[in-house]
Design a protein around this ligand. Sequence first.
Ligand code: CMC
Length: 429
Amino acid sequence: MSDKAVLTLEGKQYEYDIHTGSEGERCIDITNLRKETGYITMDEGFGNTGSCYSDITFVDGAKGILKYRGYPIEDIAENATFVETAYLILYGELPTADQLRSFSGALKEHAPLHTNLKHHFSGLPSDAPPMAILSAMLNMVSCFHPDILEVHTSGKGFDKSAALLLSKVRTIAAWVFRMAAGKAFNDPNPNLSYCANFLHMMFSDPYQEYIPSPVIEKALNLFLVLHADHEQNCSTSTVRVVGSSRANLFSSVSAGVCALWGPLHGGANTAVIQMLEEIQASGRPVTDYINMAKAKNNTFRLMGFGHRVYKNFDPRSIILKKAVDDVLQELNMQDPLLDIARELEEKTLADSYFKERNLYPNVDFYSGILLRAIGIPLNMYTVMFAIGRMPGWIANWRELHDHKQRISRPRQIFTGSNTRSYIPLEKRT
Ligand code: CMC
């Protein structure tokens, strides 16, 4: 097979290298296209554009495969803790017992927030959007650690920045919830695991320490593991774009939080529950909503369905669907929204509109029901996604520096006015 792609333009031929990834995926390297031909490519939304070479996460959307550093998501979800998964994503290998001990120690050490940072919470309205606070606070953390504001991609500087962010995102998230609920902040407890510590900071009260059941702790762990990375999604690409200007890690991930916020990305987990609640409250059949999503003149979409990359089942949604069943059963709970979700899935899988467009449930479809079972309030769902995605953002930020990625700077085709002369104010109509 040829290792060159040949392009014919205005009667002239140009050759471009073909590169093959380790899983056989192929790209045409058009780095010199504009220089050689004067043309650029147009790919709105970057659906066919590779922006980097990466060793971190592999997704095969046609087959529904997801792997972190070569390990299938099913294997990691079954066996690894979130802390082990974060280490794997950051450093490329599963940690040895010593490495895990030292990494967990660093997470414990960096869990407390600086007292002055704590004061910033008190100036915010109690209904401030949690994602706005999270983004701002993550950026602000850097103000208290000027030693790691420079770009560190290896050694102690990187280890500290990574541990600090992974740990502080959890404390900030829990305190955002406490602030909104008008409750006192709980300091982190270094004797607890990553997930138990988060749940303690969220739910312990002065005279009643919250001790999560193993089922709840495991469910939270699974949620975070499944969100840990997903290659060049909107928020991770944002982190890489911001980082490509050589911006520091804190500002890069805080931009990632903002990108995640939108309902087409991480905000979909909140939107799914809102949609299921609306269906429940309306008393209307789910087919009404399916028909609304199909109608050409209606902008309504079934939240939690469809994916830019997966044209088959999202493997995370399969794991989550089973986890939701198991957790509700183990906790002896029932959730009427789960019945609506199951019916929606069943009906869409049999519907030609969804079949023709390969629209399957994505990670956000069942994750909200799991978060409800854990006791997380709705306005915190996307914040939970951000805690989970932190290892992926950090690893991608590091990788772009290690690969010396050029500053991200796409081109455009200009469709505005041609040259015009300034019109003095009195002559404008
Ligand atoms: N409900 C109904 N129709 C849909 C949906 C949906 N959820 N998603 C896509 N379509 C239709 C869309 O109208 C279009 O139809 P047509 O070809 O007739 O114009 C076709 O499917 C292709 O859609 P697209 O918008 O071109 O696809 P995209 O790759 O640009 O968008 C998506 C992907 C995830 C933004 C989109 O499927 C969507 O809006 N889904 C709902 C929001 C959601 O669940 N987001 C979470 C994504 S997964 C986790 C994450 O990234 O955080």
